[in-house]
Design a protein around this ligand. Structure first.
Ligand code: ZN
Length: 215
């Protein structure tokens, strides 16, 4: 049975690497996929992983009907054995519905990869719809780690190194960016305390946290 599978996780947990691995394994078997992505770090129409691999993809704009795109591709004699949707958190809920229709009406497997929650710990609309509709949700096993060593479950946005909790839901950036908008993965405890790695280093060096001698 074809399936809609949602591979979810934090930033930096290897989602795109797994997407590329799935693509590689299937194309090595002679299968052809359609790869959708949106706002990949390597630029428009690319699916890339932090490990340096990259492949061409179809950039999804607002309002593009993904079901119609595939039907059109097939009707022109194109081939599609499966579909990969990377950065699926950026897709609109209707586009997730279209992917479900690709599974049900066209009989193709759809593998969606996305971040579950945003920098405010709220579900992205696309990820919410995937949780609602997917046949399976797989939480990726390559775990990102917080600076404290605990499993990183949340994404923090930083501006100039400082964690922020307000702003637009989607601002494209990447992990380990010291300047401008960056992202850092944290455990829930340190996300709630807004304690990034830089914040923890600063606090450790601050005289404020040295033990006070009793008078
Ligand atoms: Zn932590």
């Amino acid at each position: 049975m074809p399936e809609l599978v949602f591979f979810s996780g934090t930033m930096d947990c290897g989602k795109s690497t797994l997407a590329l691995q799935i693509e590689h394994n299937r194309s090595a078997r002679g299968l052809q996929g359609i790869i959708f992505t949106r706002d990949d770090r390597a630029g428009e129409g690319k699916l890339s992983s932090r490990l340096g691999l990259v492949t061409d993809a179809v950039e999804v704009e607002d309002g593009r009907d993904l079901y119609a795109y595939i039907v059109d591709h097939l009707s022109r004699g194109g081939r599609a054995d499966y579909v990969i949707a990377d950065e699926a958190q950026f897709l609109a809920p209707q586009q997730i519905d279209q992917l479900a229709r690709v599974v049900d009406d066209l009989g193709l497997d759809v593998y969606a990869f996305g971040i579950t929650t945003d920098f405010r710990t709220k579900l992205f609309p696309g990820s919410q719809r995937l949780v609602e509709l997917a046949d399976r949700v797989e939480v990726l096993q390559v775990e990102a780690l917080c600076w404290c060593g605990a499993r990183a479950t949340h994404n923090a946005r930083t501006i100039g190194g400082e964690m922020v909790v307000e702003g637009a839901q989607v601002v494209v950036g990447d992990v380990n960016q010291a300047d401008a908008v960056g992202y850092e993965v944290l455990c829930r405890r340190h996300h709630l305390r807004r304690m990034t790695a830089a914040g923890a280093r600063a606090a450790a060096l601050s005289p404020d946290v040295l033990p006070v001698q009793p008078a």
